[in-house]
Write a new protein. Structure first.
Length: 145
C-alpha cells in the first residue's frame, strides 16, 4: 500500500465531499499533516491531523468505495499515529458518526465530550463542523515501559 504525505487539497476535498464529511476549514489546515493512500494524483483515501499542543485532532479518515477492504484505512491510521507520536502529542482525538467500530478495533476509546481537552474543543472541526451527537473517541499515544 503506497502511503504518501500532503495530497492535493482538491483530492482531499473531493473524497471528503463525496462522503459527506466536513471540508469548510481545509484551506486553513497544514496539508503537510495529511496523508493519502494509493495514487498520488488520485488518492483512494486520506487522513489528516491538527496539532494542538500535546493533543491532536484526527481529521476525517475517508477511503473511497473502490479501495475499501484493501487495508488503506488501517495503513493511513498507522502512518498518522506514527507521524503524530513523533511530535510529542500524547492523545489523539476524533469525532465520528459512522466509524466507531473501526476505530475501536484500532485502540480508540469512546469518551464523554466534556473530557476532551480545551485545545481540541477550540478547533473549528470540533466546535462547529461536527454535530453535537457525533461520537468522541481518544487514543493515548504515550507508551509505557
Amino acid at each position: 500500500m503506497n502511503i504518501f504525505q500532503q495530497p492535493e487539497l482538491s483530492s482531499i476535498e473531493a473524497l471528503l465531499g463525496v462522503n459527506d464529511l466536513p471540508i469548510a476549514d481545509l484551506e486553513e489546515l497544514n496539508l503537510e499533516c495529511f496523508f493519502g493512500c494509493d495514487h498520488k494524483n488520485c488518492p483512494g483515501g486520506v487522513i489528516g491531523v491538527e496539532f494542538m499542543g500535546e493533543a491532536g485532532f484526527l481529521r476525517s479518515l475517508v477511503v473511497s468505495s473502490g479501495v475499501r477492504g484493501q487495508g488503506c484505512g488501517q495503513a493511513l491510521v498507522d502512518k498518522l499515529e506514527e507521524f503524530t507520536a513523533g511530535t510529542g502529542v500524547q492523545n489523539l482525538y476524533l469525532l465520528t458518526e459512522t466509524a466507531e467500530d473501526l476505530f475501536s478495533k484500532l485502540g480508540y476509546l469512546r469518551i464523554d465530550r466534556e473530557s476532551v481537552s480545551d485545545a481540541i474543543k477550540s478547533t473549528t472541526g470540533f466546535s462547529s463542523l461536527w454535530p453535537d451527537d457525533a461520537v468522541v473517541m481518544c487514543k493515548s499515544l504515550v507508551t509505557s515501559f
